[in-house]
Design a binder for this molecule. Sequence first.
Ligand code: PMP
Length: 394
Amino acid sequence: MKYHFSDRVPKTDVDPVGNILKVAGDPKVMSFAGGLPAPELFPVEQVKKAADKVFDTKGPSALQYGSSQGVPELRNVIVDRLKIDGINTDVDHVMVATGSQQSIDLTGKMFLDEGSVVIVENPTYLTAVDVFRSYGAHFVGVDMDEDGMRMDALEQALKDNPTARLIYTIPTFQNPTGRTMTLDRRKKLLELAVKYDVMVLEDNPYGAIRWEGDNLPSLKSMDTTDHVIYMGTLSKILSPGLRLGWVVAEPKLIKKYMMMKQSADLHTDSLAQYIAAEYFAENDIDEHVQAITALYHKREQIMMAAIDKYFPKNVTHSNPEGGMFLWVMVPGVDDTQKLFDAALERNVAIVPGDPFFGNETIPGTFRMNYSNTPEEKIDDGVKRLAEAIREVMA
Ligand code: PMP
């Protein structure tokens, strides 16, 4: 059979990131490649208890079709959580989505046509790149430094692309770099969004996992003109398998999101939503997030110490104050794949930087994850990775 795919379908069967994650999944490979939370902290017993209660008290409604906007009990929990990010809102401004990934997808579907310009951080979350590309996006990358997106570069991008439809940003503990945008830049970004009248899509899956520095206000909390769409998720603070995320926007826009969502999946899994709401009612989520934060901090510190010990001194890296990732820049490397290959020869996996860029890549960059590797293995993995780096630099 010869398939007649739409333009949306990738022309190639080569899935570079899928292939990386596949080799990284080999038990003899130590993987710093994935982006998985630490499974040992999933509150299995508490979620089981919540599920039992939902079956006992809400059985039929939990198994019935539900509203596209989401179960009210969970939307109430979300409104409460949003206060941590300085967002004071109500349930009319919130739609539950099937993970943030769906929020990104519905946003692409809603705002992009073939050739629409999307402004992204350089680098950015690679699966958002895939989504926006499938809706015909033309990417304009804005360079970053350790303080996040550079605002002079953003303003230039907006001047050069007056029809840009979206600015997509992960301001806190960004994936892939672990960097956080400063308060001044957050304010400037909002000012520019208003000046050039462009929507901002603020993606915040990692913000709650902070072990250092002060909490910074979300863009949405400072947005007085409805230029910001905010997305959150339970994936990094409770469980990614539940597939629960949310979009926060003005009610007019939430209605549009609901229409787009109806054609995607009618609504998010009711059972999962009730279970999550029940979990929140019975457990101290802040205590749980503190346990996650403490463990990731410990792992990050071990990784940083090993990097300082083993990496050549001219290799630079980000210094995350939270989240799950750090970003490494190896000077003088023209083909990042060589770093991956050399590391894999030593049974260590990283994700080469290239797929994180919307257009022009920065060679010699890669992402490391520390949340998913047991403490006692990290030092040895970094040591072997350092040997690989030295070999490629030589
Ligand atoms: N945005 C970013 C920046 C992410 O890193 C991820 C997951 N790795 C997502 C969105 C999607 O998360 P989920 O669909 O599990 O909420």
